[in-house]
Write a protein that binds this ligand. Structure first.
Ligand code: FAD
Length: 487
């Protein structure tokens, strides 16, 4: 008997419960396993993978196929609709079971429930789903009153009192193959890889696939975790794991990250000081934010399109196509904003501190809605994730769970001076102002004409004047807030 493993955002062999269960079943019953990926963007509720993630997916699928081949198996690729494809595959392979790992986006939940019902009730086929994407299921953690959390700290305190997440399991040693493979489309036919040369920058910055994810986790543990809390806010430092795109595609599991960090912390030979242990704990807590984001998305599935705090639906956002474009292109005249937006476009990733600064600038200085920011991030981020992106944008917009209050407005100059004091990050991404001295780098419009000339800068030509005045913009934002006050 054949078991189909329906891969989705779990593109790995290690710690993959659906795959392991299928292999165990096949070994017990003398059966086979057919790993399948079904490309079905129209089933994502309007949140199909954007350009950056499609590039990643192309390479991740290839990598998964190679890993499967090393175990005597292969990846069957198909295009949706999912139910039709599964129907065909079941007929072609005489499969009697379909296994998969759960997803939590509202459209996926609905689709998956329908598929499960159809398989079990209409086709009498075993259908099992597993948890591989989270440390804790979103419904496992409840407030004292039995409801969901909207604030991170009590959520995380509760999570830490739950049973320890299971230890990650090794990849299977081999995967029993069917006597005949069902047909697969070729990867290129899915048209995932962009044709523009934009992809070269992505490929320079990241290597998709499970082996690269493992390597990155090891490097992070060796080099950065013990000073994570101190370094994680400075975009010029390699202070964070950069594992987010791998986590989004499931090339590594949160359990693997969690237990690797715990093992590192418990390893007496490392002689970690109390402070270093705290630094490591902070990394585990960041994985907790990811859990929190999924908890919020699961319990408030409307939030990708609506603010969690409903009164913000009345906020008087501006439609300003030109300012939006200036922001997207990194041409706002504020160096830290421009550096971040250019890093995003060039590499498909942006440092968390800078994500917070650019998001605040869009929603508070430009008064453009968090949804427009979320959409741009969705298309350009390699780690675009409906739970994390929604939480991050509603945090910035002051309208989400545990959000920064709207009246607290980041000053892009002070943020730049604090978190990129030596200007290393800005000089990398905004080279046209690199010759300015540190003390003026984050506010080039204040440089005397002689200094600008000496640095080869003509404001308004080689680098823009600020597109808004931060002080005035701050006042406008606070005035706009009146529209939602008192409700
Ligand atoms: P590390 O510092 O190494 O953290 C470890 C892991 O914890 C990350 O890989 C990530 O999975 C998780 N994590 C870290 N910070 C957060 C956070 N604030 N919220 C939720 N999870 C977190 N993250 C995404 O994965 N996808 C998104 O689409 C996304 N959009 C964002 C939008 C905005 C406006 C903001 C402010 C943040 C967003 N984040 C998003 C969260 C965060 O910026 C990234 O997860 C982080 O920068 C990834 O880098 P890293 O892997 O080096 O993180």
């Amino acid at each position: 008997p054949v078991t189909i493993v329906w891969f989705r955002q779990d593109l790995r062999l290690a710690d993959n419960p659906a795959l392991l269960a299928a292999v165990e079943r096949a070994n017990e019953q003398g059966g086979a396993v057919v790993p399948v990926y079904i490309w079905s963007p129209e089933e994502e509720g309007g949140w199909a993978a954007g350009g950056a993630r499609r590039w990643w997916l192309h390479h991740s699928l290839r990598s998964l196929d190679q890993s499967l081949k090393a175990l005597g198996s292969q990846l069957v690729l198909r295009e949706g609709p999912t139910q039709e494809v599964l129907e065909e595959l079941i007929t072609q392979t005489s499969a009697c079971a379909v296994f998969w790992n759960r997803r939590y986006e509202p459209a996926s939940i609905e689709r998956d429930q329908n598929i499960k019902r159809w398989l079990r009730d209409e086709r009498s086929i075993a259908a099992e789903s597993f948890n591989s994407h989270l440390l804790y299921e979103p419904w496992e953690i409840e407030t004292g009153g039995g409801g969901p959390y909207k604030v991170f700290s009590p959520f995380w305190r509760n999570a830490k009192n739950q049973p320890t997440p299971d230890l990650p399991r090794e990849a299977p040693e081999s995967i029993p193959a069917p006597s005949q493979w069902p047909a697969s489309v070729v990867l290129e036919a899915l048209g995932l890889e962009p044709t523009r040369d934009w992809k070269d920058g992505l490929a320079e910055a990241f290597t998709p696939g499970e082996p690269a994810a493992q390597e990155k986790l090891d490097t992070f543990l060796d080099d950065a975790i013990r000073q994570y809390k101190d370094d994680r806010n400075f975009p010029a430092k390699p202070g964070t794991s950069k594992l987010s795109p791998h986590l989004v595609h499931g090339e590594i599991s949160p359990r693997q990250c969690y237990h690797a960090a715990r093992k590192f912390m418990a390893d007496g030979r490392r002689n970690l000081s109390k402070d270093e242990l705290k630094q490591c704990e902070h990394y585990v807590q960041e994985l907790g934010w990811r859990e929190f984001a999924y908890h919020v998305l699961y319990h408030f599935p409307e939030t990708p399109r609506e603010p969690l705090q409903k009164k913000y639906a009345r906020f008087p956002w501006k439609e300003d196509a030109e300012h939006l474009k200036n922001w997207q292109r990194g041409q706002t005249g504020y160096p830290i904003i421009d550096a971040g937006m250019r890093e995003l476009y060039a590499t498909g990733w942006m440092h968390n501190r800078v994500r917070m600064i650019v998001a605040s600038f869009l929603v508070k200085d430009l008064l453009i809605s968090w949804e427009q920011g979320a959409e741009w991030f969705w298309d350009t981020l390699l780690d675009a994730d409906l739970a994390n992106n929604t939480l991050g944008w509603q945090w910035a917009g002051g309208c989400g769970a545990d959000a920064a209050p709207y009246f607290r407005i980041f000053n892009p100059i002070l943020q730049g001076e604090k978190f990129d004091k030596d200007g290393e990050y800005v000089r990398q991404w905004v080279p046209e102002i690199a010759a300015l001295p540190d003390r003026i780098l984050h506010k080039p419009w204040e440089a005397p004409p002689m200094q600008l000339a000496a640095a080869g800068i003509t404001l308004g030509e080689t680098y823009p004047y600020p597109i808004v005045d931060h002080k005035q913009a701050r006042d406008s934002a606070l005035a706009a807030l009146d529209a939602v006050k008192g409700q």
